[in-house]
Design a protein around this ligand. Sequence first.
Ligand SMILES: Cc1cc2nc3c(=O)[nH]c(=O)nc-3n(C[C@H](O)[C@H](O)[C@H](O)COP(=O)(O)OP(=O)(O)OC[C@H]3O[C@@H](n4cnc5c(N)ncnc54)[C@H](O)[C@@H]3O)c2cc1C
Length: 499
Amino acid sequence: MKRIVIIGGGIAGLSAGIFAQKNGFNTVILEKHHTLGGECTGWDRQGYHIDGCIHWLVGTKEATGSRELWDTVGALKDVEIHHPDSFMAVEHEGVTVHFYRDLGRLKSSWMEISPEDRDAIEEFCKDIKRLHKFSLPVEKPMDLMNVIEKIKYVLSMKEVGPIMQKYDKISVKELSEKFQHPALKEAVASFMPEGDYSASSVIFPLGTFTGDQSSIPRGGSKALAMRMVEKYRSLGGTVEASSEVMEIKIEGNNVQGVYCTNGKSYEADYVIAACDPKAVFDVLLKGKYHDPEFQKRYNDPKNYPLASNIYVAIGYQGTMDDIPQTLRFPVSSLEINQNGKPVEHLQMTHYGYEPDFAPKGHTAITFAVNQFQPELSQWEALVKDREAYKKEKERIGKEVIRAMEIRFPFMTGKLHVLDVATPQTYNRYCNAYRGAFMGFWPTLSGKSMAHTGKIKGLDNFLLSGQWLQPPGGLPVALITGKDTIMRLCKMEKQSFIGV
Ligand SMILES: Cc1cc2nc3c(=O)[nH]c(=O)nc-3n(C[C@H](O)[C@H](O)[C@H](O)COP(=O)(O)OP(=O)(O)OC[C@H]3O[C@@H](n4cnc5c(N)ncnc54)[C@H](O)[C@@H]3O)c2cc1C
């Protein structure tokens, strides 16, 4: 039985482990953190549970290929799904714009806000609806398809392909400017920060959300990851937590195994690196191997941006009742920077639908503030002074509470900070380069094709994970984990056992 060492116990590493075990390999997952799940995680503070990941998960719809894949890895099997009725609500100058799941309701509420935008609203809704036919391609990666499969794939994209292309060519800002009403403009623009981000980042989430393909599994992110760990173990897989790989043992073109910082080493017939590729190239492979595709992306952060987060968790001694689950509201004079300027909006998500996430009658709330350059470099510098870093986190927590109390005066005195994670937190726990929580974000000029994970000069080493395919996220982690094992089965000349 061939032995595979998998570096990283995030969703991609777990997916690779599960499919490898199903296909008769002997595997071990080495994870640097003491727990598994990677960025798909959650943690407890002061009687609350802070969910650190899932706001929407593509693949929750029954009888779809992606749902079948999630079920196969044990992530969603027999799990209740929460279907929020709105993706997000955006407040602007006294008007609230809702991105309702029900497209008819979205359309009529937008028409009510701005009848003069009828044509733009109709076109937007029609295009979103056309995406309801989209299903995430989960069967095989392109590089393993034969000609007939490729033709079938192209034909299957006949309906949705032109829509994706249309929105790939325009920026989020250009899309927002199709609307005349300032609140609609602001709502559409709010999907991405300022910059050349392609409008597919707006249309794709709304297509899957209004087409009922994306929702939220009850129990949250950590529970989802733990179900996958259980599945992996039930198939005979071994987990070694608190085992950070620091070097890969190589002879000629052959990877022989890995060395960990805890002094242990593992022999392998194959090594799969299901972790951030930047650390793989720079640290584990000691800068001796290069990949032109990744180099292009890392050398051009403007067109291939990586985003991180400040993630603030707040406990509220009360219930949120009629407040939208995800709400973006304007703030003024808030001293938190984004893209070199003070943030002008905060986006909050509350977990009122998960009573177990908070003490009775209380609610857990999280805020994600995206961080880019120059903030990422500032965080890198600040973390070196632990006291100053801690103070900055405390200050940010207080700033968020101040903004909440201005927006929701009835909450005054009832809010307290549970935790503040920064880009350095993602870096420290997951080795995430620049604290990235997704793959490279899609821009107008930064188009990237799916990567096969193969590195020139290494015969039995494969990369896996969210960075291989834009835009990243949990479904990409799941699919690339499976695809890596499909490639490996091909290398072993054995047929692949899937679901
Ligand atoms: C706040 C937030 C919200 C998000 N919301 C969503 C959402 O709503 N929907 C969605 O689809 N996605 C969401 N994501 C993104 C999602 O979490 C990631 O895309 C996904 O978890 C990436 O999985 P991965 O396995 O590819 O990588 P990771 O989760 O980064 O896993 C890599 C693993 O490798 C380990 N590792 C790294 N280096 C080493 C080493 N040298 N040795 C051993 N182990 C190592 C790390 O500790 C980690 O566990 C969100 C992320 C964040 C942070």
